[in-house]
Design a protein around this ligand. Structure first.
Ligand SMILES: O=C(O)c1[nH]c(=O)[nH]c(=O)c1Cl
Length: 310
């Protein structure tokens, strides 16, 4: 079967990438993803200056997923811009440069530097980091989202995607989609972790991560129903020119199939990529192909967005 996808003339051999944040902070980690079956690689969300991030323990695996409050540890914007440009020079177009400034001004500064550079690939503006103390997720402030997009598109003409937090109210999908449809966005990526969850250790009767008194973003199996709902809701509301990347709760070919059935063009794996490593990409794409063959689908377009109601 044909697993190929194109996003604005950028061709992917298969739809399965890593999600920003897991095993993608260093060039070594990013090279390993590109050397694997993954359809492409996403960089750890960058801030203008390098950051150490929050105190440890800041990520724990849980029975059905993960909890994290990493606090945006990264080697700084220049490190990642250099990497994606070098990959572009080497002929690789399947990179996504993720940025997560701590202010609207910082995000616009990074976008201006990208605009001034030779980078032609995808840019993911992360509006949904839940783990910087004192900073609420921009994605939950619709006026701030509108302000940042209005400012960005006065100068930025690259391929801009938005990484959004999960929403849980249908009126939010209506209201935010009406804003997003006003801009030439390349894609929306739903979802980021479900912010400020809590996990408990029965033996010690403590929380399991140190930052923010144990509150952190939840990922993995726990979040798949929320991810599928966000993908479906945005697909039904957004301009078809705005593609969708599905993230959240993927650890099998079936999960990928479900994300694409709900409307995803590409998908990203975060939590499950941690313990399994790069072999997950071959396993998951093989499982997806097996499902497609069993169902008689020859391409992703045969079933993308075709979830039926009953
Ligand atoms: O704490 C983090 O670094 C982090 N953790 C997440 O779960 N999502 C994000 O977007 C980020 Cl930026």
């Amino acid at each position: 079967s044909n697993l190929q996808v194109s996003i604005n003339d950028i061709n992917f051999n298969n739809p399965v990438l890593n999600a920003a944040g897991v095993r993608c902070q260093s060039t070594t980690e990013l090279d390993a993803i590109l050397a694997s079956t993954a359809g492409g690689a996403v960089t750890k969300s960058a801030t203008l200056q390098p950051r150490n991030g929050n105190e440890t323990p800041r990520m724990q695996s849980l029975p059905f997923g993960s909890i994290n409050s990493m606090g945006l540890p990264n080697y700084g914007f220049d490190y990642y811009l250099d990497y994606v440009i070098n990959q572009q020079i080497a002929g690789n177009q399947n990179l996504i440069l993720s940025i997560a400034g701590l202010s609207i001004a910082e995000n616009l500064t990074m976008l201006r530097q990208i605009q001034a550079s030779d980078y032609q690939g995808l840019v993911e503006l992360n509006l949904s980091c839940p783990n910087v103390a004192g900073k609420s997720q921009v994605g939950y402030d619709f006026e701030a989202v509108a302000d940042i997009l209005a400012a960005a598109f006065t100068f930025f003409d690259g391929h801009l995607g938005l990484k959004l937090p999960p929403y849980f109210d249908l009126n939010q999908f209506d209201e935010l989609s009406a804003i997003l449809n006003q801009y030439p966005l390349t894609y929306v990526n739903s979802i980021n972790s479900i912010g400020n969850g809590l996990a408990v250790d029965l033996d010690t009767e403590t929380v399991v991560i140190k930052p923010k008194a144990g509150f952190g973003g939840i990922g993995g199996d726990y979040v798949k129903p929320t991810a599928l709902a966000n993908i479906r809701a945005f697909r039904l509301r957004l301009n078809p020119a705005i593609k969708i990347i599905g993230t959240g709760g993927i650890s099998s070919g079936q999960d990928v199939f479900e994300h694409i059935l709900c409307g995803a063009d590409l998908v990203q794996i975060g939590t499950a990529f941690g313990p399994e490593g790069t072999p997950i990409f071959e396993r998951v794409t093989d499982e997806l192909e097996t499902i497609m063959v069993a169902k008689g689908y020859r391409s992703l377009a045969d079933f993308r967005g075709k979830l039926k109601i009953i």
